[in-house]
Design a protein around this ligand. Structure first.
Ligand code: NI
Ligand code: MN
Length: 229
């Protein structure tokens, strides 16, 4: 069963796994790179890495229209229940996961900060592991620096890693090369870059370095484009 991975710009992705539409960090309204709107995107599940506005963004609106489930950490998930009135929410914490129709979704650690747009504590920031029933394993790092425990995450055997390369708020290109060495993914998609001037990067130079210095396949997507694995 193939998995289609569509980049929504910034840290946002739409995965098509066994007929289920899985969104990660949907930031469409106000995202200059977005090619779809929050009013038209489909979702069965929305996975959130952390509480910052450029990651949770359109989540409540999409849930109200689609009835999608939200998977997030305890504080962020509880905020979605209490402040936004969302009912279908899984509130996990790192190392914990939930069984969904297409496989297991588990939160990992990430090194970053996490507060909600209203100033509420957003809990620990996370990365997201998707261990599909068909044996294809995906990892979305969220916003983070590189950390040595990425070696443990890599032991799942990753078919794809989605890594930030924008620098300033997260790891940059140098950090992403170290992360790839630790994670050992088969393929890697860069994210969290070029949305704003502050995180502008030369993605062609990044891809050349991944090609030259790691065993992973660099997959550079334009917003709206898909990679099938
Ligand atoms: Ni952030
Ligand atoms: Mn961010």
């Amino acid at each position: 069963m193939s998995i289609q991975v569509t980049w929504l710009g910034h840290a946002g992705f739409q995965l098509d796994i066994e007929g289920k539409k899985v969104l990660i960090d949907p930031f469409l309204t106000g995202n200059p790179l977005a090619t779809v709107t929050a009013e038209e995107i489909e979702a069965d599940y929305i996975l959130l890495s952390h509480a910052h506005g450029d990651h949770i963004a359109d989540t409540p609106a999409i849930v109200r229209r689609t009835g999608a489930w939200v998977i997030a950490n305890f504080e962020l998930g509880s905020w979605m229940q209490q402040k936004e009135g969302l009912e279908r929410v899984h509130t996990l914490n790192p190392g914990g996961g939930v069984r969904l129709p297409f496989g297991r979704v588990e939160l990992t650690i990430a090194h970053h900060s996490s507060s909600l747009p209203d100033g509420s504590y957003g809990g620990q920031p996370n990365g997201i592991l998707i261990l599909t029933s068909s044996g294809t394993n995906l990892y979305h790092a969220g916003d983070t620096t590189v950390f040595l425990d990425m070696q443990l995450i890599g032991k799942h055997g990753l078919d794809l890693a989605m890594l930030p390369i924008g620098d300033y708020f997260t790891m940059g290109i140098d950090g992403s090369i170290k992360a790839i060495e630790l994670l050992q993914p088969k393929a890697v998609i860069p994210m969290h870059y070029n949305t704003f001037d502050r995180i502008a990067q030369d993605v062609t130079a990044w891809a050349q370095r991944v090609h030259n210095e790691t065993a992973a396949k660099p997959v550079v997507l334009n917003p709206g484009d898909s990679y099938t694995l």
